[in-house]
Design a protein around this ligand. Structure first.
Ligand code: GLN
Length: 205
């Protein structure tokens, strides 16, 4: 059987860190597969799972719309491809996003994750911080949460499972094959969330 082919959307943001973390997760789990940076619709059509990294959601969204990647990603998710959206990536997966200061934003979104997101939800004084969080539902009792101008989820639909909260704010969710986190697991050296995602991809493969 062929190995799994996991893509990391390579437009802007934490691309290299996610490639590395995913490669290490595959290796640790003994799962045969490859991890590739993907950008074009052709590259995206070949993958079994996608990570949309953190960065700037307006930039990643706009550039991916222009080259047709967004349309291809939508098609693949609609066909059941697992996707892991990290920070800006989770914003892109959502149905609705507004900025804490600027308010409603007209930005391209993938429109799958049934949540309303507040961008930059943790305020300026706390732009970036680290705090231990827990994702018991998926068997991760302790995780180092690295929050960088992080969003939070302010409303979520019935089909959305809340995986973690921090200070009463929702910071990790799952809806079917879609996983989203406000924080950046690729910057921690803790591979448990990347392993969780790799297993999800493997199961659907
Ligand atoms: N604040 C960024 C945005 O709204 C997300 C930050 C991040 O991905 N670390 O797109």
């Amino acid at each position: 059987m062929n190995g799994v082919n996991i893509g990391v959307l390579a437009v802007q943001g934490d691309v290299a860190e996610n490639v590395l973390a995913t490669q290490m997760a595959l290796e640790d789990l003994g799962i045969i597969g490859t991890v590739n940076e993907v950008k074009t619709p052709e590259q995206i059509s070949d993958i079994d799972g996608l990570i949309i990294p953190g960065g700037e959601s307006t930039v990643i969204g706009t550039l991916s719309m222009v080259n047709g990647a967004l349309k291809k990603i939508k098609e693949k998710i609609a066909n059941g491809m697992p996707v892991f959206g990290i920070c800006a990536g989770m914003i892109l997966l959502s149905k609705k996003a507004k900025d804490r200061v600027v308010g409603e934003m007209d930005q391209p979104l993938l429109d799958f994750l049934d949540v309303k997101i507040e961008r930059n939800a943790f305020g300026r004084q706390q732009d970036s911080f680290e705090s231990e969080i827990s994702l018991e539902k998926i068997g991760i009792s302790k995780f180092p949460g690295v929050f960088i101008r992080a969003p939070s989820i302010i409303e979520s639909g019935k089909n959305v499972e809340v995986l973690s909260k921090f200070n009463e704010k929702i910071v990790a969710v799952k809806q079917g094959n879609i996983v989203g986190t406000s924080f950046h697991p690729e910057l921690t050296g803790d591979l448990s969330l990347h392993k969780y995602f790799v297993n999800l991809v493997k199961t659907k493969h």
